[in-house]
Design a protein around this ligand. Structure first.
Ligand code: ADE
Ligand code: ZN
Length: 338
């Protein structure tokens, strides 16, 4: 057992955040400021009122609060400011590499141009890079909308393909299995985009969906995905191919009955590249370092365990070899000093 985990250690540990929805970083103060700026009535006028509206106990009830709030995001600056605020928080959480999801359909469906969304977020990415944070965007499709809508979104986004590196799949998995989007992911891969997808915790048909995501849809990572613990052959498959699982302990404790810490740690000990992330930190009570701390406390992890999780995140980040070596060097330097 190495020295006990401290807040300073968890925050300072250089890490990649690989499961982060930019729309899920909309803090109550920015939500209220944008509501005022854009003349949008969100039904609340104080931070306390906004927080009191956060009543959810599963994914469906969370999404029912999450999507309406996005109405306050209207122009390019709004998207920029949202992402810039996240990158500032990420840096203070020890994040050296951020791969951020965004949901264009949550904005185009209410009349915002996809170009506005992508350009706003991308401007913040470029600024983050100038300040030394390695960052990229991942465009997600809302799986509870028709596959045709996802295809239309991908085609509309392809002219901006130099501004995002991959595609993902989020929103409600129930009755929306990955194969619904087979053609969309084919087109994405043909255009050189990386592929990941949500395999939500304890979903109906989870194991079948995970197997198809990996073998038929070309998923290179699984977002959540810890239900593989139920199937040894899947654990072997994921471990042997070095596939990353982007786990979100604090989010898990909101949308299921616990943070699934035992499953995350079991998979880590069995050599799976599990990583720790914050998902929708403005809604689930903590940013990425808080998630490291919560898992450490819940599962009695030591510094070596957290270092392993951080190393996993850098191993499965979508960066080239030089960049990976540089980022892992930062982790090694930190560990040598701590
Ligand atoms: N969109 C934002 N957060 C999500 C999550 N945890 N699962 C599915 N879709 C999401
Ligand atoms: Zn998510």
């Amino acid at each position: 057992m190495t020295a006990p985990v401290t807040r300073e250690f968890a925050y300072g540990l250089p890490k990649a955040e690989l499961h982060l929805h930019l729309e899920g970083t909309l803090e109550p103060d920015l939500k209220l400021a944008l509501a005022t700026k854009n003349g949008v009535d969100i039904g609340q006028s104080t931070i306390e009122e906004v927080q009191a509206s956060y009543r959810f106990n599963d994914l469906t009830s969370f999404l029912a609060v999450y999507y309406p709030a996005m109405e306050v995001l209207q122009d390019e600056d709004d998207f920029h400011d949202l992402a810039a605020a996240y990158f500032a928080r990420a840096r203070s959480n020890g994040v050296v590499r951020a791969e951020c999801f965004f949901d264009p359909q949550a904005h185009t469906s209410r009349g915002v141009a996809i170009e506005t969304v992508i350009r706003g977020y991308h401007r913040a990415v470029e600024e983050a890079r100038e300040e030394g944070l390695s960052a990229d965007l991942i465009l997600c499709f809302l799986r509870d909308l028709p596959a045709e809508s996802a295809m239309e979104t991908l085609r509309a986004a392809l002219p901006y393909a130099d501004m995002f590196i991959g595609v993902g799949l989020d929103s409600d998995e129930r009755d929306n299995p990955p194969e619904k989007f087979a053609e969309v992911f084919d087109l994405a891969r043909e255009n050189g985009l990386r592929v990941t997808m949500h395999c939500d915790i304890d979903q109906v048909g989870s194991i079948d969906n995970i197997r198809r995501a990996l073998t038929e849809l070309g998923a290179e990572r699984l977002d959540h995905g810890t239900n593989i613990v139920e199937d040894d052959s899947l654990v072997e498959f994921v471990r042997d191919r070095g596939i990353g699982l982007t786990c979100c302990p604090m989010s898990n404790s909101f949308v299921t009955e616990d943070m699934k810490g035992a499953q995350i740690v079991d998979l880590m000990r069995r050599g799976v590249n599990v990583t720790v992330n914050s998902d929708d930190p403005a809604y689930f009570g903590g940013y990425v370092a808080d998630n490291y701390l919560a898992l450490a406390e819940h599962c009695r992890l030591d510094r070596d365990d957290l270092a392993r999780l951080a190393r996993n995140s850098l191993e499965v980040a979508w960066v080239d070899g030089d960049e990976r070596a540089r980022l892992i060097g930062r982790l090694d330097d930190f560990l040598a000093e701590n």
